[in-house]
Design a protein around this ligand. Structure first.
Ligand SMILES: [Zn+2]
Length: 429
């Protein structure tokens, strides 16, 4: 076969991601003008083929391509249905590495999904944000949009000078020329496309703990510092449960506008202004988003059906924090949610919830209950040792439900069968 497959083969989102190659590195150079919401960009993607390729595709939506080079040579291309189809002048051999350079631009806008709403690059009243899970990355750069294909990144953004540009990575350079400033970020760890993010805004900044920083609108300074006042303690508590924080730094961004839900990105979490009230009302969400740095970001699901490995673990982290910080013990949270789920329909299989129910509340709560049942069975010492082993063994890699079941070891088959693979809610743990 010489043609590239235009599908990732994902059971839930086959149209996102592409076959025939694996990406290694993205070098993105963006110029973004805030007022007209105008993006002019160049993406250079390094990849390795997994088969001989006479053509291949990338995911890109809503932006117009003006030139494509493959290994420095002009290539034919066409844009259709959120795909950029590329035919290189010279076919690429099986196992060969290649570089594709794409020049593109336009007015970036989120990708609309009937179930999930608008996802991707979006304008704010003062700036812009990127929130891509699960399908928004192609709204701002050409990519192989599938979580299993993680790559490193260098992102350069030039934007109007009064704005601060925050990208998921380490800031390695900043220069100003006239009314524009250029920001250069590097993200060396393998990163899923949906976890790359750009935040453009007018922020005040603060430090929350070692390696933990925050950017927020100046008007929210006081309530923000109260709401995130225990962040250093939350970090050290989660490290005690899950092992070392998997990235070098962590940045909390609060947008000037409200958001429906907070969003995790690599080494970053994004909260809407509406979640800051000076009462710590939403502290559990701070814990939840931080926990995704281990579960989702470092250990990334290989296909979307395994989403409980992200959401169940992040939800259980909320319960663990509650217990560790003098709130209700995890057992109380488990009882409450078990009682609630018992009264609802029992037609969801946790290990395969279906694409329309990937973010169903049951994926979160039953996922956490599964871990609680496992903890009950193993005892605390063995359970927390298992979690630390799991995050260390698969750090910066991809994982599946079957990996976890295998990793947890024998004599747990009955537990996993009833919690993960059958729709009926087990009577107890
Ligand atoms: Zn989550």
């Amino acid at each position: 076969m010489t043609a590239g497959a235009e599908t990732s083969g994902d059971p839930y989102l086959p149209a996102h991601g592409n076959g025939g190659y694996r990406t290694r590195h993205y070098d993105l150079d963006l110029e973004y003008r805030v007022a007209p919401n105008r993006l002019t960009a160049r993406a250079r993607v390094e990849a390795t083929t997994t088969q001989a390729l006479s053509r291949f595709s990338l995911d890109l939506a809503g932006l117009r391509v003006s030139r494509v080079l493959v290994n420095g040579k002009p290539a034919r291309y066409a844009q259709r249905d959120r795909k950029l189809h590329v035919t290189p002048a010279v076919p690429i051999a099986d196992g060969g590495t290649f570089t594709v350079e794409v020049r593109y631009g336009g007015n970036p806008r989120p990708i609309h999904d009937p179930a999930w709403g608008d996802i991707g690059w979006d304008e704010l009243s003062e700036g812009a944000l990127v929130a891509s899970q699960p399908i928004g990355a192609p709204s701002w750069y050409p990519c192989n949009d599938h979580p299993a294909d993680k790559a490193s990144y260098r992102v350069t953004v030039t934007a109007d000078a009064p704005y601060t540009v925050l990208v998921t990575g380490d800031l390695v350079g900043r220069r100003q020329g006239g009314s524009l400033a250029t920001w250069v970020y590097e993200r060396p760890e393998p990163t899923a496309t949906y976890l790359m993010s750009v935040q453009v805004g007018l922020y005040e900044q603060a430090t929350l703990g070692p390696g933990q920083h925050a950017a927020f609108p100046a008007r929210l300074r006081q309530p923000f510092l109260h709401d995130f006042g225990r962040h250093g303690l939350i970090m050290s508590t989660l490290e005690r449960f899950f092992g070392r924080y998997p990235f070098r730094g962590y940045l909390v961004v609060v947008t000037c506008d409200d958001l429906d839900e907070p969003i995790e990105a690599q080494g970053m979490s994004v909260f809407g202004a509406n979640l800051i009230d000076g009462q710590r009302t939403h502290e559990r969400l701070i814990v939840h988003e931080l926990a995704h740095q281990w579960f989702g970001n470092s250990l990334t699901i290989r296909e979307w059906p395994h989403i409980w490995l992200n959401e169940g673990f992040a939800t259980y982290a909320e319960w663990l924090w509650s217990e560790a910080s003098g709130g209700a013990p995890a057992e109380d949270h488990a009882r409450q949610w078990h009682a609630k789920l018992s009264t609802g329909p029992q037609d969801l299989v946790l290990a395969d919830p279906g694409v329309s129910r990937m973010f169903d509340e049951r994926v979160y709560k039953r996922g956490a209950l599964t871990l609680h049942a496992l903890r009950h069975r193993l005892g605390d010492a063995q359970f927390f040792a298992l979690l630390k082993d799991w995050t260390a063994t698969y750090q910066h890699a991809t994982v599946s439900t079957e990996d976890f079941v295998r990793f947890a070891g024998g004599r747990l088959e009955d537990l996993f069968t009833s919690w993960l693979y059958r729709p009926e809610l087990p009577a107890t743990w």
